[in-house]
Design a protein around this ligand. Structure first.
Ligand code: FAD
Length: 285
């Protein structure tokens, strides 16, 4: 099933992101994680793609497992920086062969030794995927602006071009202040972008790790969140409880304000995701 059909329903679409394991030895464990995430009632499960090949081969294997075992749509991420046209064509053919019809088309983070190739931006990948089959294509967006783009309005302009190239929906970078997302929705609508914008929610379990990744991605930590992270950073159990409560509150506020889609960055922690879903049992359904 295409994700754009799920998003068009008059009900909440709940989805989860997982990543393939980095080591071959850990691969069997991912099936268990998928099974547990599926049991939470995810409408689709997205699988990240390790740019540069680290886990790239595994993305489609995990996506196939999701679809073949659980009959749940998988969203396979695909990045293009550093890839040749042939690499992408091969990957797209493999998706077709496996019956994967949903792709999140991304540029990927540029490595330090990046050598420009045939793909400079995600838009070129979106065009190539659309030209090669009847795929439902999603793309990334950044409520606080992409870290490389100096002007938010310019970023929205490029986003509009991505959507016009055939993108069916957008998924946001994590954010910890819902007002940032609401403000972004206004700007997106004002720019004439009309596809669904799925908010990506990250439950914070490791305060130090999240501070680092926020620095890298340009995500602002609101004072309320900073206070929690500072207080509980050294106490993993307290931090997990606080992180679950914070993510739960964010989701309740989004749904109360009419948002119909929730994407959870699970970080391959189904137990954490399960606690959030349990808090929302009457709200998500
Ligand atoms: P683009 O849309 O190409 O944008 C990149 C930058 O270029 C932006 O600053 C944009 O403003 C600018 N730009 C765009 N078009 C133009 C243009 N025509 N001219 C000039 N500038 C332009 N990374 C992974 O490696 N694997 C994953 O699985 C993965 N999953 C992700 C999922 C989500 C939901 C998100 C939000 C991010 C994900 N990422 C992943 C990270 C992503 O690859 C990086 O954020 C990357 O730096 C940008 O990718 P993009 O597709 O948004 O790039």
């Amino acid at each position: 099933m295409k994700i754009k059909e799920l998003l068009a329903r008059d009900q909440i679409t709940f989805s989860c992101e997982i990543f393939p394991p980095k080591k071959e030895l850990e691969f069997s464990g991912i099936h268990k994680i998928v099974d547990q995430i599926h049991d939470l009632g995810a409408d689709f499960i997205s699988v990240t793609y390790g740019a540069g090949g680290s886990t790239s081969k595994k993305t489609l294997e995990v996506a196939s497992y999701i679809q073949d075992t659980h009959h749940t749509p998988a969203l396979a991420h695909l990045t293009c920086c550093g890839a040749t046209k042939e690499d992408i064509a091969r990957r797209v053919q493999e998706m077709k062969a496996r019956g994967i019809e949903n792709v999140l088309a991304l540029r990927g983070d540029l490595p330090q030794d990046y050598v420009p190739g045939p793909y400079t931006y995600a838009i070129e990948l979106i065009r190539d995927i659309k030209a090669q089959g009847d795929f439902c294509v999603g793309a990334a967006c950044y409520p606080e602006g992409h870290v490389e783009c100096a002007h938010k309005e310019q970023d929205i302009g490029f986003l509009k071009e991505k959507v016009e190239a055939g993108c069916d929906f957008l998924t946001t970078q994590m954010f910890f202040d819902n007002n940032v997302y609401y403000n972004f929705l206004y700007r997106v609508l004002a720019a004439g972008i009309q596809v669904p914008v799925i908010p990506g929610i990250m439950p914070v379990i490791n305060a130090k790790q999240i501070k680092r990744s926020c620095e890298l991605s340009g995500t602002v930590l609101p004072p309320r969140f900073k206070a929690i992270a500072d207080k509980f950073a050294e106490d993993p159990q307290a931090m997990e409880q606080a992180g679950i409560a914070y993510a739960t509150e964010q989701i309740i506020d989004l749904i109360a304000n009419g948002v119909k889609y929730i994407h959870l960055y699970t970080m391959n922690r189904p137990q954490t995701a399960a606690k959030i879903v349990a808090n929302l049992s009457h709200i998500l359904r």
